[in-house]
Write a protein that binds this ligand. Structure first.
Ligand code: C2E
Ligand code: MG
Ligand code: MG
Ligand code: MG
Length: 288
């Protein structure tokens, strides 16, 4: 009987796994058509310069409007896209769209650099490097790439060589999610990065945790010693901003400043002088 029960469990687990993989196959098939069907769109989240009290750049975040499932967030399809190669056309589309939107921003008087997230598998993909270089060639000073250290560790020599190619033509490289994945000081030293983004893991509880402030402060000092600017992600409160400002953090990103929004809402936000209020308030908090 025990064996029979065990067998049934296996059958149930297999059925569940099978269902899951059918679902994944369906999603992968839909994903392969998402670019051509015009189902992808970008939202933008500003990076605010703390001292200058000005938006210093924006990050493009991809979203998928699935015809049946509705809005799908990147955490639920980027890993699948990486596995199925859909990531290449998707990322090339994203870079083209970011360049087009950057021109619209510039026409409204906001000539900001737009950062695109680049998946790890692409960093050692010669075809990606060639095609992305061709797309950004005339716009490199308007574009940045956000990459994670974990993705460099996959194939470090080729990833670092390819990042140097992008850096050489003027694309700014930012290290994303710093501290949350596989970090290696040996690679950090060699990466041609201009910006280091501290993962929100260390930022969202900055003012209530004992250790996070120590980690963040030493990371800011390390990045500055390596001549990188520091961005704190996941800034949700005035108190966190006030502390980051004292620690010398260069830029902040997070719901306190703005959630990711569509291009038109971003333009409205940028036109509105009051968007610097959050930063001004944090100074007032600190000066009190
Ligand atoms: P990321 O690049 O680290 O982006 C930051 C994520 O944190 C975004 O989630 C953003 O909406 C969220 N976030 C921003 N401010 C706050 C805050 O104050 N509090 C909290 N709790 N969260 C905040 P999103 O848009 O769901 O993106 C998740 C991840 O998906 C991104 O992390 C990035 O790794 C990846 N991703 C997004 N767009 C693309 C893309 O076009 N290509 C690739 N390869 N990956 C992308
Ligand atoms: Mg990012
Ligand atoms: Mg990040
Ligand atoms: Mg992240």
């Amino acid at each position: 009987l025990r064996q029979a029960t065990a067998d049934r469990k296996v059958v149930i687990r297999d059925a569940h796994a099978a269902h899951e993989s059918v679902d994944r196959i369906a999603l992968a098939r839909d994903l392969s058509r998402a670019v051509a069907n015009g189902e992808l769109f970008l939202q933008y989240q500003p990076k605010m310069h703390v001292r200058r009290q000005r938006v210093a750049g924006v990050e493009a975040l991809i979203r998928w409007k699935h015809p049946e499932r509705g809005l799908v967030l990147p955490g639920d399809f980027i890993p699948l896209a990486e596995e199925t190669r859909a990531i290449l056309p998707m990322t090339l589309w994203t870079i083209r769209q970011a360049i087009a939107d950057q021109a619209v921003l510039t026409s409204h008087g906001h000539d900001l650099r737009v950062f695109v997230n680049i998946a790890g598998v692409l960093l050692s993909d010669a075809r990606f490097v060639e095609e992305a270089c061709a797309i950004v060639a005339d716009h490199a000073d308007k574009i940045g790439f956000e990459i994670t250290e974990t993705s460099v560790i996959r194939d470090p020599e080729s990833a670092i060589a390819n990042l140097k190619i992008f850096d050489d033509i003027g694309v700014h490289i930012a290290i994303d999610d710093y501290g949350a994945g596989l970090s290696s000081l040996a690679y950090l030293k060699r990466l041609p990065a201009r910006e280091l983004k501290i993962d929100k893991l260390f930022v969202t509880q900055l003012t209530t945790s004992n250790r996070d402030p120590l980690i963040v402060r030493s990371t800011i000092d390390l990045a500055h010693a390596l001549e990188m600017e520091v961005v704190a992600e996941g800034v949700e409160t005035q108190a966190a901003l006030a502390l980051l400002s004292v620690m010398g953090c260069d830029m902040i990103q997070g719901f306190l400043i703005s959630r990711p929004v569509g291009l038109n809402a971003l333009i409205t936000y940028l036109q509105d002088e009051r968007h610097t209020e959050a930063v001004e308030d944090s100074r007032a908090t600190f000066n009190r």
